[in-house]
Design a protein around this ligand. Structure first.
Ligand SMILES: [Fe+2]
Length: 146
């Protein structure tokens, strides 16, 4: 059901935002200023989508989950309790962007089938967001030109 998937998307977005802020705070390396800034922007862009997801759940007539316990139950993003090396932070964030993309692409189809065009439009915007972030991270991780 679309509302249930929006709850999964909300929890996953909260998880991804927390992880991005963790990496913003704790990343280290010779390109620290750029890495620190990248994760700050990632955190800001991801967390900037939270309220709209939550309000769509309410628009569909459901209550919005708002607790860490519920988010941990619902999220598709794996929590990171350690402080990985910079390259692993980027690799993990790339995987997370790909997971988020897959979810919003599936939800675009579901929203379209249910004629929820505003939600479909929002899912298309989120696909663009996560596609763009994945491109940035792939470019950061690339060692040399093929
Ligand atoms: Fe900061």
């Amino acid at each position: 059901m679309l509302a249930d998937n929006l709850k999964v998307l909300l929890a996953s977005t909260q998880s991804f935002a927390i992880k991005s802020q963790n990496f913003h705070w704790n990343i280290e390396g010779s390109d620290f200023p750029q890495y620190h800034a990248f994760f700050d922007t990632l955190y800001g862009d991801v967390s900037g989508t939270i309220d709209q997801i939550a309000e769509y759940i309410r628009i569909l007539g459901h209550y919005t989950p708002g607790s860490l316990t519920r988010y941990a139950e619902l999220t598709i993003i794996t929590d990171q309790t350690k402080i990985p090396r910079a390259e692993l932070m980027f690799a993990e964030s790339l995987q997370d962007c790909e997971k988020m993309s897959e979810l919003v692409v599936a939800m675009f189809d579901e929203a379209t089938n249910e004629r929820q065009q505003g939600i479909a439009n929002f899912m298309a915007e989120l696909q663009d967001l996560y596609g763009k972030k994945a491109w940035f991270i792939r470019s950061i991780l690339k060692k040399e030109r093929e």
